[in-house]
Write a protein that binds this ligand. Structure first.
Ligand SMILES: CC(C)(COP(=O)(O)OP(=O)(O)OC[C@H]1O[C@@H](n2cnc3c(N)ncnc32)[C@H](O)[C@@H]1OP(=O)(O)O)[C@@H](O)C(=O)NCCC(=O)NCCS
Length: 240
């Protein structure tokens, strides 16, 4: 069976990487913060937070990407997660790939979520070859909606939906849906992102500009072969 390449994007200020046991305490603290968890049904207990780390770690092991742990490069501080996921619930727009984020309060207001999410989109539209990435949140989660907008994602109010995992009458049930396509001119330039899988170094530069906005519209991949040749089918699985 083909081995999955681990993708760990690097941005100017951040690294998106596989989870470590040392992240657990900080992650539990942010999951227990009622302000961070305001738009979720409830804060998480330590056990629930640890179980989430286990699930996210397993997904990245299996697929090579996922909801990565985010670390500040200068300080090596763990600040939360950003990345890609495939929802397990069924609704009009599934199956699909979702982009999501959750950062500790001290890391808000510095552009970290948007910077990390831009890197995740570069992975989605680069090595994963996806056409479209979606994001959704409770209608009242304005901070999360602002990240979607900063990324160039667009919302059609006709796509608004009631989250199927939440019961009728739940305060968080009504959600907005944002979309972005790989070659959309609305996508802001991101591209100092470098992607470093473990054994096969992949880097890319964005080339080409689109119209007056000047957003990158094409991505040129540079493959720097490492200790083994790339084999067909050796990419992370985009979707199941
Ligand atoms: C959603 C969430 C990640 C957004 O974090 P955020 O810090 O507001 O988002 P960004 O990283 O895009 O940062 C943008 C802010 O940083 C500021 N900023 C400072 N330096 C910046 C820089 N170099 N680049 C970009 N923005 C910068 C912007 O002005 C903006 O501030 P403003 O909101 O006061 O206008 C955060 O609120 C969170 O973790 N919430 C709880 C979890 C959650 O709800 N997740 C989503 C569930 S669907």
């Amino acid at each position: 069976m083909a081995r999955i390449r681990l993708i760990e994007p690097v941005t100017p200020r951040l690294v998106l990487r596989q989870w470590r046991d040392t992240d657990r305490e900080q992650f539990a603290a942010l999951n227990a913060d009622p302000v961070v968890m305001e738009h979720f049904p409830a804060p998480l207990t330590r056990a629930e937070s640890d179980a989430m780390v286990d699930r996210l770690t397993a997904r990245i092991d299996a697929d090579g990407y996922g909801l990565w742990a985010v670390e500040v490069r200068d300080t090596h501080e763990f600040i939360g997660f950003v990345g890609l996921a495939r929802p397990t619930f069924e609704t009009a727009f599934t199956p699909c790939t979702e982009i999501g984020w959750r950062l500790a309060r001290a890391a808000w207001g510095q552009g970290f979520a948007t910077e990390a999410a831009s890197a995740a989109l570069d992975v989605a539209f680069g090595p994963l070859g996806l056409d479209e990435v979606l994001s959704w949140t409770f209608m009242g989660n304005l901070a999360s909606r602002a990240v979607m907008e900063r990324l160039g994602m667009t919302r059609d109010p006709a796509d608004d939906f009631d989250h199927p995992r939440l019961p009728e009458g739940d305060r968080l049930r009504r959600h907005v849906l944002h979309r972005i396509r790989g070659a959309m001119p609305s996508r802001p330039p991101t591209s100092s992102v470098e992607v470093y899988p473990r054994r096969l170094a992949l880097g890319y530069t964005s080339t080409g500009k689109c119209g007056s906005q000047g957003w990158p519209v094409s991505t040129r991949w540079l493959r720097l072969l490492g200790d083994e040749d790339r084999r067909a089918g050796d990419e992370p699985a985009p979707q199941r």
